[in-house]
Write a new protein. Structure first.
Length: 307
């Protein structure tokens, strides 16, 4: 029996699943700068009206030693074992428009079998297009608009949205494999790569999540709730700006990133002949990022008791 027959367990839907829906894919794993994908998955899973159509088998796809499940120790006994979830669900946007969502962890194993199952499900439900998103850290300043790189086969959308179109080799993810296979099947595909400031990549960045939702709307026509993200981002930026204002090294770093970003956006090189994403070393970038991360992790939030 092919492995693909063993990795996906269907649920019994409460009602017939419409055909001809868009498919949205959100997989955590190799990189998730700003906690964007994990945050989006959490937001979708808070929707009580979502319906699980099927679950993928952790015992086949997941390396438990690398990503251990969570269990609660309550005084003298164990409770609430929470395994990871990789699932296909039927969702609805703010306007009531239905769509399919594949969300959860990136498989550690059996990528080809996983992709085969997803393609079969897409064919079964007559999926009209696939959109997936992930986020990577890049040498860009938080004081400028966050951009995306777009891949796939939707040339008009790529031309309108993609701010960086490199020719390069990168470590592949399961999302990349899905995109590659969907394009081979001539299904409309948009792969969104959100470019998050590298020095904020290890934080939870609300503004990055907000931009991700906007780009997903542009790609799919679906409308997603952004409840609380604007306020959270305003507080987050105030904390970052406060730290930058009190540190000359951070100010120099940010100024350099802004100059390179503006030069790249204008289609020219910086005075040093480097472009924004040319890979030139940044002044003490790792140390500066670590300092910012420590500050953001230890400073009390506005709604916390500072006494």
């Amino acid at each position: 029996m092919p492995l693909s027959d063993d990795i996906y367990e269907r649920a019994v839907p409460l009602r017939p699943v419409p055909r001809g829906l868009p498919l949205l894919v959100l997989l955590t794993g190799f990189t998730d700068a700003g906690g964007v994908v994990a945050g989006l998955i959490e937001r979708f899973r808070e929707n009580e009206s979502r319906e699980v159509l099927g679950m993928f088998d952790n015992d086949v796809l997941l390396d438990y030693r690398a990503r251990r499940p969570i269990i609660t120790f309550d005084r003298d006994h164990l409770t609430d074992f929470r395994p990871a979830r990789l699932e296909l669900t039927l969702e609805h946007d703010l306007l009531g428009q239905p769509f399919l969502l594949l969300s959860g962890y990136e498989p550690d194993f059996a990528w080809e079998a996983f992709a085969e199952v997803v393609l079969d499900l897409a064919d079964e439900y007559a999926v009209t297009g696939m959109t997936w998103l992930h986020a990577i850290g890049m040498p860009v300043p938080h004081t400028r608009p966050l951009g995306v790189t777009v891949s796939g086969n939707r040339s008009d959308f790529i031309e309108a949205q993609s701010v960086w179109q490199p020719h390069t080799q990168v470590p592949a993810t399961a999302g990349h494999l899905l995109e590659y296979r969907f394009v081979q099947e001539e299904v409309p595909v948009a792969g969104l790569v959100l470019l998050v400031p590298h020095y904020l990549a290890e934080t939870e960045y609300p503004g990055a999540m907000e931009i991700a939702l906007e780009k997903m709307t542009a790609a799919t026509g679906l409308v997603f709730p952004e409840d609380g993200l604007a306020d959270s981002d305003r507080e987050f930026r105030e904390r970052v700006d406060e730290q930058v204002a009190g540190n000359e090294d951070l100010q120099r770093m940010l100024s350099g990133l802004e100059q390179r970003y503006d030069a790249y956006s204008a289609g020219r090189s910086t005075d040093e002949g480097e472009t924004l994403l040319g890979g030139a070393p940044l002044p003490s970038a790792d140390e500066i990022a670590a300092e910012l991360e420590r500050f953001l992790a230890t400073r009390p939030r506005p709604d916390e008791d500072a006494s």
